[in-house]
Design a protein around this ligand. Structure first.
Ligand code: PRP
Length: 213
C-alpha cells in the first residue's frame, strides 16, 4: 500500500514502545503523544509545497522558501486533542478545526457528536489527527466529512493502526496518505487493537471508561 507510511525512525520506535507500556503514567503518556506527534508531523509534511521568497540577511539580499499552503489541523475528539499542541508547534499558522466522534460500544461504528466546520474549507492541506486507527470507521467517516466540506488534500496522522483499519481507510480513501508510528497485529473480538495501548483518550485525560447515564 504505497500511501501507508509506518515510521521506521528509531526515535519513533522507542517512544511508541514506552507509550504502549501499561506502566506509563498519564503525564508521561501525554508527553510521549506530543513527542511522537512532532516526529510524525515532520514525516507527514515532507511533501508540502514551497514558494520562492526574497529577503535580506543582515549582510545581503537572499532567496529562500516558505510554505505555500494554508494548512488545517483536524483533531478527532477526544484523543486527537492530545496531538494538537505538538502539531501547532510545528505548524504555527495552521487553523484548528474539531470533529467529535465516539465509537458505539455495541456496533463499534463511529457516532458523530460535534462538527462546527465553517461553510467552506479554507485550507489547501488538511491533516487529520487521531492516535488510534482500529476498525478505521472514525477516520473514514471523518475524511468523508472533510471531502464533502471541500478539502482537496487530506493526510491522516495517527500513532497506532490495526491492519483492518489501515485496509478500510485506504479502501474508502485511496487518495489519503496515512502516517503512523506503528502497525499492530490485529483487532480482537471487541475491536480493540492488539497489542495496542489501551484507550488513548482515557490514558491522555486520566479517565477510566464509564457507562453513559
Ligand atoms: C477511539 C480513537 C478513534 C477511534 C478508533 O476513540 O481515538 O477515534 O476510537 O476506532 P475506529 O477506528 O474503530 O473507529 P473513542 O471512540 O474511544 O473516543 P475518545 O477519543 O473520546 O476516547
Amino acid at each position: 500500500m504505497h500511501n501507508v507510511h509506518i515510521s521506521t525512525h528509531p526515535l519513533v520506535r522507542h517512544k511508541v514502545t514506552l507509550l504502549s507500556n501499561q506502566d506509563t503514567d498519564h503525564k508521561t503518556f501525554r508527553e510521549l503523544v506530543r513527542e511522537l506527534t512532532r516526529l510524525l508531523i515532520y514525516e507527514a509534511t515532507a511533501g508540502l509545497p514551497l514558494r520562492e521568497v526574497s529577503y535580506h540577511t543582515p549582510l545581503e539580499r537572499a532567496t529562500g522558501q516558505k510554505i505555500a499552503a494554508r494548512i488545517g489541523l483536524v483533531p478527532i475528539l477526544r484523543a486527537g486533542l492530545g496531538m494538537v499542541d505538538a502539531a501547532v508547534d510545528a505548524l504555527p499558522h495552521a487553523e484548528v478545526w474539531h470533529l467529535g466522534m465516539y465509537r458505539d460500544e455495541a456496533s463499534h461504528r463511529p457516532v458523530s457528536y460535534y462538527n462546527k466546520l465553517p461553510a467552506t474549507c479554507p485550507d489547501d492541506v488538511v491533516l487529520v489527527l487521531d492516535p488510534m486507527l482500529a476498525t478505521g470507521g472514525s477516520a473514514s467517516d471523518a475524511i468523508g466529512e472533510l471531502k464533502r466540506w471541500g478539502a482537496r488534500s487530506i493526510t491522516f496522522v495517527g500513532i497506532i493502526g490495526a491492519p483492518e483499519g489501515i485496509v478500510e481507510v485506504t479502501r474508502q480513501h485511496p487518495d489519503v496518505p496515512l502516517f503512523l508510528a506503528r502497525e499492530d497485529r490485529e483487532l480482537d473480538a471487541n475491536r480493540f487493537i492488539r497489542p495496542g495501548l489501551g484507550d488513548a483518550g482515557d490514558r491522555l485525560f486520566g479517565t477510566t471508561a464509564q457507562e453513559a447515564e
